[in-house]
Design a protein around this ligand. Structure first.
Ligand SMILES: [Zn+2]
Length: 195
């Protein structure tokens, strides 16, 4: 038995193995407890080098799988959006559309927080419009996924993958989600850890 770090009761542990074409086997573990404690993460047994994946977001790639471990950073450079690892971040498996929906929630939240800032609201509306168009396959954006521990992946035949240099791997931020809504960096805690 594995005791819950929050309350000491027995944890419920679920694991799933995903066999992916060039990325090898990915293990997703998810633990939860009656008290509400939960955590999930993904691990690759086969790639441990720092990696960067790049995928064009278009109609055909909306349902490509994304495996994001707790050390993965997801970006959409055209919109200045990034989801970075933080103390509360969880690993997850989703698809490109799922990523766009997460960003949409984050931007909606930032819009509410900045409702008295006309420029910020305008910028949020602009980003929201782009995200919605992308979900309809009408806006070409780029999805970048970087992981200094090589535990994240975009699974798509057309994905571009490269190894990060040591320097790039070390420069990856940890801790906060960055949302660039007015040209400055607005630091907002991610609404992660929901799953
Ligand atoms: Zn518990």
């Amino acid at each position: 038995m594995i005791p819950c770090p929050a309350c000491g009761q027995e944890l419920n542990v679920v694991t799933a193995v995903y066999d992916t074409p060039y990325f090898g086997k990915i293990l997703l573990t998810s633990i939860n407890c009656h008290c509400g404690f939960k955590h999930s993460d993904s691990f690759s047994a086969e790639i441990k080098d720092p990696v960067r994946f790049k995928l064009e977001i278009k109609g055909e790639t909306l349902f490509s799988k994304i495996v994001r471990s707790t050390s993965g950073t997801v970006r959409i450079p055209e919109l200045g959006l990034a989801m970075e690892p933080g103390p509360a971040s969880q690993g997850f498996i989703t698809n490109v559309e799922g990523i766009l929906l997460r960003f949409e929630e984050i931007v909606e939240m930032a819009k509410r927080w900045n409702s008295d800032n006309e420029e910020a609201v305008k910028r949020c509306d602009f980003i929201l419009e782009k995200l919605r168009k992308a979900m309809e396959g009408e806006e070409r954006l780029t999805l970048i996924l970087e992981d200094p521990h090589g535990n994240s992946a975009i699974i798509d035949d057309g994905v571009f993958m490269e190894r990060l240099t040591q320097r790039e791997a070390e420069s990856l931020k940890t801790g906060l989600t960055v949302l660039d809504i007015t040209g400055e960096d607005y630091l907002r805690r991610a609404i992660e850890g929901e799953e």
